[in-house]
Design a binder for this molecule. Sequence first.
Ligand code: NAD
Length: 341
Amino acid sequence: MTTNAPAPTAAPARSRRGSRILVTGGAGFIGSAYVRALLRPGGPAVAVTVLDSLTYAGSLARLDAARDDPRFTFVRGGVCDVELVDALVADHGPIVHFAAESHVDRSIADGTDFVRTNVLGTQTLLDAALRHGAGPFLHVSTDEVYGSLPHGAATEEHPLAPNSPYAASKAAADLVALAHHRTHGLDVRVTRCSNNFGPHQHPEKLIPRFVAALLEGESVPLYGDGLQVRDWLHTEDHVRGLELVRAAGRPGEVYNIGGGTSLTNLELTHRLLALCGADAGRIAHVRDRKGHDRRYAVDHTKISTELGYRPRVDFDEALARTVRWYREHRSWWRPLVRARR
Ligand code: NAD
């Protein structure tokens, strides 16, 4: 069911609200994977409402699998829209907040939308959650808030030292969310994940961008020397981690979610070249991104020991599966690649 505005409702019983989950940014890459997982056969007994403004990064096609499910509602609208957010939150219990401007390069070009959506949008949702006693409020954040780590891995206690305007806007939102727990007792839980990969990711991001270029016979633009290190997390593992935190995480706590496969961008590029049947001649070294963080690494011991999380996906098998998905879904990503040019 798709609608532009929620139908007016009498104050719903708390128990009914508890099984109605509001997912912001659910037409995005990770949010849609979360919705598909919630509504899968044998999934939890919940109804799901997606609130998404469908920016360039949103795509309803990612929700095709849920479209005809009677438990699913799509609302097109923004997280800064106070009235809309208020009406939706009044009718839901848990809030899982993915909506964000998410591309670092764009934040370097102009950070305004990042502060508006990522910070003000989060505040708008928190205000509504407080007014209506909604929760838990699961705030989906990023390991980029810890900044670049020369060695070791960041635990949840690591100081926040974001470098890009994107990471700074996410760190600000994390602090605003946690302040609502400390000040008002709102049940806020924050997750900080590493770099996600999987099907349906916008081809502005590294893996789909390189796969799309390779499948089109083009070269891949690798920033600088390519020795930036990232931890890779498949969306299936991420979604499992998020569900553990939603179901059993502690209010006011932060949980890192990592994938456990750490690679330089150059190593990753070589794996993609091999999977696409291309050679190193297709690598074009381009000028490095401004302020490019050299290395991210998260320690996910806390979610593992407290909630039993462990990444289950085998990286190489999942990367091959991901490349196959892009090979088989050219009609999905080709218009997005063209729109970027
Ligand atoms: P995405 O860019 O694919 O999706 C974002 C979604 O939010 C889109 O559907 C977009 O239409 C929607 N949106 C944007 N502004 C909105 C607004 N004002 N109101 C309502 N909807 C709006 O992002 P993603 O990769 O799926 O990331 C989801 C979350 O996970 C983000 O909060 C991001 O910061 C975080 N995260 C992502 C990664 C990653 O590797 N992709 C890593 C760490 C953290």
